[in-house]
Ligand binder design. Structure first.
Ligand code: 9MR
Length: 349
């Protein structure tokens, strides 16, 4: 693993429980863990409607005060972590409205600020940190041809064309097989994901797989586990093959502390390690993919890989579910972890 994303520790309800009072205890603990272990630390998220502070709607009485709150939140969070390489600036801001049109999600932020919410958030993030890569992060946007994916691509292309500072798109990549074994739409078409990565490359936008997992509708069986295995391996290979896909992050390590069962009661088994921390076939499949590459991402045998250029040296240690317990939102901090095909990581040479 080469990076860590806080699953909850940076969310607004945790980090700014009272207006103007920031609580960095959990986020600082994860950051320290990342530093000690040579892991990149990813900022997630700056502007999101879920897990917003519960004072937000009371204090945000009009556009100006809500905008001020958004900026103050970004100032506090980005100011405390001035050197993170990546920030999910806006999370999950597109949805299908009641007329069936894919458009801006109806959230408090959007109702108060308006359609320029996303532009303003990215411009403010850039002003605060000229070096960080700024991401728009969402789910169901991975496959070309999916109406949400096409809408988000259109939005990001338009932002680029207007000079709004966006560097990358986060494909969350939460996929599934249904309890009865149904695979449509839960199992993605990997070629459609490759094609989507390619159209982002054509407009100069990077892709990060940010929250990958594959939940299995109960009961678990070998056929479903095989789907999970080929999903993880296929998506990782697609990312490695795409010149603009630099990160592959899984959303939690094991089924022990998964976000899935509380959200989808008929599903579980979404992660790389089971409830006894035993590695699954999906884990072995990822290591098989990665074993074809040198630590710098060049294929083994291609002549590359003598020296490693990218990434932060890792200092060792077994995969860990580290993280201080989250204090807000009633959630466990199960964390996101990246396997980094292009960084100098722990993977066997
Ligand atoms: O993993 C997170 C879980 O512990 C929280 O309860 C949940 C609350 O909304 O958020 C989970 O993480 C989400 C991420 O921040 C954004 N994309 C969807 C993830 C899974 O719900």
């Amino acid at each position: 693993f080469a990076a860590i994303t806080p699953a909850n520790a940076m969310k607004m309800n945790v980090i700014q429980p009272v207006r103007g009072r920031f609580d960095f205890v959990d986020a600082d603990a994860l950051y320290a863990f990342a530093q000690q272990n040579g892991l990149e630390f990813r900022g997630h998220p700056l502007v999101w409607h879920t897990q917003a502070a519960n004072w937000l709607e009371e204090e945000g009485v009009d556009r100006d005060t809500t905008l001020a709150i958004m900026y103050e939140h970004m100032d506090g969070l980005m100011g405390h972590f001035p050197d993170l390489p990546y920030w999910d600036v806006v999370n999950e801001a597109i949805e299908r409205n009641s007329e069936g049109v894919w458009t801006f999600r109806d959230t408090f932020w959007h109702r108060m600020i308006g359609d320029d919410l996303i532009d303003l958030a990215f411009q403010h993030a850039r002003a605060l940190d000229p070096d960080a890569k700024l991401l728009y992060n969402d789910y169901n946007i991975e496959q070309l041809g999916h109406p949400k994916a096409d809408k988000v691509f259109e939005m990001i292309s338009d932002m680029k064309a207007r000079g709004i500072p966006i560097d990358a798109v986060g494909f969350q990549s939460h996929y599934y097989v249904e309890p009865n074994g149904n695979t449509n739409p839960g199992v993605p078409n990997i070629q459609a994901i490759r094609d989507n990565m390619a159209r982002y490359a054509a407009i100069g936008v990077d892709v990060h797989i940010t929250e990958c997992d594959f939940r299995i509708g109960r009961p678990l069986d070998p056929t479903k586990e095989e789907l999970q295995k080929s999903f993880f391996a296929g998506l990782l290979q697609a990312c490695i093959d795409a010149p603009n896909c630099s990160h592959f992050t899984v959303w939690g390590l094991s089924d022990v502390d998964s976000w899935v069962p509380s959200t989808f009661p008929d599903y579980d088994y979404a992660h790389l390690f089971d409830a006894q921390f035993v590695a699954k076939p999906a884990y072995a499949a990822l290591t098989t993919v990665l074993a074809q590459y040198n630590p710098d991402g060049t294929p083994i045998g291609s002549g590359g890989g003598a020296t490693s250029t990218g990434g932060t040296p890792s200092t060792g240690g077994a995969p860990s579910t580290a993280g201080a317990p989250s204090t807000g939102g009633g959630s466990r901090d199960d964390g996101g972890c990246s396997v980094g095909p292009r960084s100098n990581t722990l993977w066997p040479a």
